[in-house]
Design a protein around this ligand. Structure first.
Ligand code: UDX
Length: 436
């Protein structure tokens, strides 16, 4: 008999997981408390931008296997329940806010049928899974709980879900592992490594992975600072060290640093949890990783000030990019948007362009000026800041853009533009970590 699944929380993670599991042939019900989100998803429409997920979702809705609802009692039919709700940074500190995770388990508990398995996918502080398992053993003793962290990258969410580079399951017994193996059989059959862990290790794998990635980015941004001071070029340095397979060239792109809904809040929550566990010294370095990351943002502002003036009130700044990375409309903790807002707060006239992120950005910073077209955003600008590396920006013609701006000055905050091309068209070109 094919297992039936429920997915609680239908954001980037949950909507992707629901559509992907449906594409593997399972009946899936997605549950979210946001009625407007559920309405859109039920019509096969995505409430956010994620390449490839729109077509997959529409196709799966058509099969009839995939449905969405706000009604938690819909989980009663399902055998396996994936918790995919957010764990944002709490308002009053570094720790993760577990409100939604706890509320989800409480809401589904009365409806769980005999032998069902609740599977956490959200990123949580280590120890949460055991707490929830204890909570379930009272509220729904007929159910069990496992943890199955998710490593999907926005922009590659479908690919990372259907062909992940590993599957990690935290389980307390063989039965839970067997259920998950059964579910993921088509993915395991592709040769995907399968890692069984205990609950705390599974939770830790996720935050350890994100901490490592954040460390790699901040490492190269620290090198960028040194390169600037010493007259070096961080892009050449990154290329050179990346050839050592022990180091590897990926995630060594120097620039304005990491943002998004995961890396920044995950390293902070990890530090907060380590402190609770009395292991704060072990993660002291993450404080520095966070500081280097935030400094990358202020360095752009320093360069603008040093070049234009301390007083920015007379200047117009065009910001290319609002999302935290390209191929996403996600502006959560976006370095680009943070820099734009800080420059506006410093008195500059800031105009922001983004191919997909204008509406979400407007919700966060309604007072920034947004333009739908690059040519309108750059009109009369004293400086252009390239802050999110959308392909569209690499394809800009510097001669055409040069006729629209007041001053041909561009700062590449992502080290992705062809500086020879811009310089040949008469631009002053500044990039983070490159002195010449
Ligand atoms: C990340 C992890 O990669 C993923 O495994 C996890 O499940 C969730 O968090 P995501 O938030 O989608 O995924 O973004 P990611 O591709 O990791 O990029 C994070 C940030 O780092 C972006 O702001 C990006 O611009 C920045 N970055 C990335 C760099 O500044 N330099 C790099 O070399 C790579």
């Amino acid at each position: 008999m094919t297992l039936k699944l429920s997915v609680i929380g239908c954001g980037y993670l949950g909507a992707t997981h629901a559509a992907c599991m449906s594409s593997l042939g399972f009946d899936v019900v997605g549950i979210d408390t946001d009625q407007s989100k559920v309405d859109l998803l039920s019509k096969g429409e995505l409430p956010f931008y994620e390449p490839g997920l729109d077509t997959l979702l529409a196709a799966e809705i058509k099969t009839g296997r995939l449905t969405f609802t706000t009604d938690f009692s819909a989980v009663a039919d399902a055998d396996v329940h994936f918790i995919c709700v957010g764990t944002p940074q709490s308002k009053d500190g570094l720790a993760a806010d577990l409100t939604y995770v706890k509320a989800s388990v409480t809401a589904i508990a009365p409806h769980l049928k005999e032998g069902s398995l609740v599977v956490g996918k959200s990123t949580v502080p280590v120890g949460t899974a055991q707490l929830l398992r204890d909570q379930l053993s009272v509220a729904a003793p007929q159910a069990d709980l496992a943890w199955n962290p998710e490593f999907l990258r926005e922009g590659f969410a479908v690919e990372d879900t259907l062909t992940p580079n590993r599957l990690v399951v935290g389980v307390a017994n063989d039965r839970a592992e067997e259920i998950l193996k059964d579910l993921y059989k088509p993915i395991i059959d592709l040769g995907t490594p399968w890692i069984r862990a205990d609950l705390p290790t599974a939770e830790l794998v996720k935050v350890a992975a994100n901490s490592f990635l954040a460390t790699k980015i901040s490492f190269i941004n620290a090198m960028a600072e040194v390169c600037e001071a010493a007259g070096g070029d961080v892009t050449v340095l990154a290329k050179a060290i990346g050839y050592d397979p022990r180091i590897g060239s990926r995630f060594l792109q120097a620039g304005i640093g990491f943002g998004g809904g995961c890396l920044p809040k995950d390293i902070r929550a990890f530090m907060a949890r380590a402190e609770e566990l009395g292991a704060d010294q072990a993660l002291e370095f993450l404080r520095e990783i966070d500081a280097i990351n935030m400094r990358a943002r202020s360095r752009v502002i320093d360069i603008v000030r040093a070049d234009l003036s301390e007083d920015l009130t007379q200047y117009k700044i065009a910001v290319l990019g609002a999302t935290f990375k390209p191929d996403s409309d996600d502006v959560r903790d976006s370095p680009a948007l943070d820099i734009a807002a800080q420059l506006q707060a410093a008195g500059a006239q800031v105009v922001v362009h983004d191919p997909k992120g204008i509406e979400p950005a407007r919700k966060r910073f309604p007072n920034l000026d947004y333009q739908e077209k690059v040519v309108d955003a750059v009109k009369g600008a004293d400086v252009i800041l390239h802050l999110t590396e959308w392909k569209e920006y690499r394809e800009l013609d510097p001669s055409v853009i040069g006729q629209l701006v007041k001053s041909k000055f561009i700062i590449d905050g992502r080290n992705m533009l062809d500086r020879n091309k811009w310089r040949a068209a008469g631009w002053r070109f500044h990039a983070l970590g490159r002195t010449d």
